[in-house]
Ligand binder design. Sequence first.
Ligand code: C2E
Ligand code: MG
Ligand code: MG
Length: 370
Amino acid sequence: MLDGIKDYDDAQRVAERVQELLEQPFGLSGRELFVTASIGIKYSSGGDEQPEDLLRDADTAMYCAKALGKAQYQEFDSRMHSHALTLLQIESDLRRAMDREEFQVNYQPIVSLESGRICGFEALVRWSHPERGLISPSEFIPIAEETGLIIQIGRWVLKQACLQMRSWQKAFPVTRQMKISVNLSCKQFMQPTIVGQVLETLRETGLDPSSLKLEITESVVMETGDYAMNVLEQLSRAGVELSLDDFGTGYSSLSYIHHFPVTALKIDQSFIKRIGGGQNSEIVRAVVSLARNLGLEVVAEGIETLLQLDLLKALGCAQGQGYYFSEPVGEESATELIQKEERGEFLSLLGKASAGGSLLEMTDSLTNSV
Ligand code: C2E
Ligand code: MG
Ligand code: MG
């Protein structure tokens, strides 16, 4: 409570002073500790506002400050309130979505860039909201994480994906070599029962562990250290494969990676987007050679153009996934892709890439400059 301040600037100055003071380390049992403060400010116009409302608004502003990163301050504005209400609404809808069967799993093929064959599919959850339509996982997964609902959703996705792969394997021999990749978020991974859950799902669905790949992000692995190592080792011993998703976006300690039993790196799509424009191919090249030296598979995410595909092939990237081959699609369309693969027709997508002399020449000259 700041009494007698003239305007918002006064409050801002106090917030800055608090943060400056907290920048100093604290001594605790002979160690130096650093803390940061996120501050939300609500400037009262002195009308008939209720104390609860002022506190609520300051709290909302504080959460916005936190979301912006550490040690920030933010003044409340009414858009924050409506944003918070939307999130609250999504959260309460999310709680009901499972029972109302509003989730669906889509599948996106992962393709061998050398042979053009489908090596597997990544399972990606979709939420079809009765009023808002399709809500992207990047919007609702963080809320599901925060509320813990991700555990229930994640378990369901894993089971659906394993059932689907098993049923494809029974119907189409070509899929027996394929793998199904399933994303695990941090909270899912941190459940003490995660290994048991995965193994039980495999048993229930009859899917062989070697047909399952779990994708986790590097930050999950790095932040949870020994715990991660232990879980990954148990999964790996059971025959499940592990990929590091969105590779390059976190703060990987390269010296760490080869200690973890991961089998693949997925290069984040932000790096793939930039190649072809002449810049940033170096990072992709470095990751590909890192993976090769560590004996890991490497998968490029987000391939959208023929040019990107050709450059990735030239850089020696073995596998890829992206709209160029197919968007994530529902079960039926994914089955059609498998049928195409069986008839050898999926290959023609890549066939296009190596045909067309002028394109090849263009790629060659670009490749030389890569
Ligand atoms: P991700 O695991 O890195 O998945 C790849 C994302 O890239 C997917 O977005 C996919 O649709 C998108 N993508 C694929 N090819 C292209 C392309 O050529 N261009 C562009 N621009 N995008 C492409 P999606 O489905 O929206 O999922 C976003 C993220 O949400 C996923 O990133 C993953 O981290 C998370 N997610 C999705 N499904 C699940 C799930 O079942 N469980 C958990 N825990 N997370 C999930
Ligand atoms: Mg993924
Ligand atoms: Mg990714």
